[in-house]
Design a binder for this molecule. Sequence first.
Ligand code: KIV
Ligand code: ZN
Length: 389
Amino acid sequence: MTVKDHLIIFDTTLRDGEQSPGASMTRDEKVRIAKALERMRVDVIEAGFPIASPGDFEAVKAVAAAVKESRVCGLARALDKDLDRAGEALKGANAGRIHTFIATSPIHMEKKLRMSPDQVLEQAVYAVKRARRYTDDVEFSPEDAGRSDLDFLCRVLEAVIDAGASTLNIPDTVGYNIPDQFGSLIANLRERIPNSDKAIFSVHCHNDLGLAVANSLAAVRNGARQVECTINGLGERAGNAALEEIVMTVRTRQDLFECETTLDTTQIMNCSRLVSGITGFAVQPNKAVVGANAFAHESGIHQDGVLKNRETYEIMRAQDVGWSENRMVLGKHSGRNAFRARLQELGIELGSEEELNSTFSRFKDLADKKHEIFDEDLQALVTDTTLDA
Ligand code: KIV
Ligand code: ZN
């Protein structure tokens, strides 16, 4: 049996997802989402952009303190003040990463940064070295790589590896590429950069043409081993690559990929509902994997097929992404056993009987005020208990 590579899932719901107009989150909301991502075994959680505001600095700090299993990352431009602020915010992290970036496309360098390519290269190297003062885990992104010159990209990436970057993230910042082109870009970079084996190639695709997931997967088939994505595809403009679609494609089409993720996919629906509830961004009913109709069958022919054998019209099992077939509705009449069972289904372990009792009594208080208790309410109850402890 061949051992497959590990595909690192880097979730940026709390950073790029939050950059979606109207999706900003409070510190406590970010901690709740981060804990749900950690339960799902996401490898890296990008918690925010610490220089952006005092609130975001505090949020990254709180996520860094609350999350123990996943790596916590903070974003920084290639500027001293950003890098120092990110380093400070991540001080309490069990495993922290600084993600620094500078644009490399002609239009961004000339019109936005007003810097020459040589100045950009020098600044990139400087930033990576400064980030290394705070952590060994530094990720570098040449922003708008999807519209950058290949020779220049190779020069910059080779230099930042030498400066100490261990992850090279290739963003298609404006969602301009198409899959075979983006896949070839990754293959070319890996082939042409002499020290490319010293770093992990990552991709970060935007969905302006609806190709973010397809582009990310093409990159993975060409050797990328980290994918940056968001729950429900939340993100700037048309969004980022949707985590649930990436993960379920790699899981469902194992025959096509030389790598695999270690995510607990049964947590996908929890995360989807939580993010949608907190941001107020509804999930479209026909959205792949997490939409209300993703496993619904209306036509008689399909219903007949599914009743005889689900695989006639289903390529994955609803339960594998966290849809429960006979979902019990929890409310003020529910008992302790139903409550405990639902927590177990959500993968939430309460340490002791006292913890269960106190969470159950908080649940009853909430149930008096609210008609129906959703999974995200349960997660909030548990997170609040954990924060109090
Ligand atoms: O889209 C983009 O280029 C980004 C970078 C900061 C990675 O979000
Ligand atoms: Zn982005």
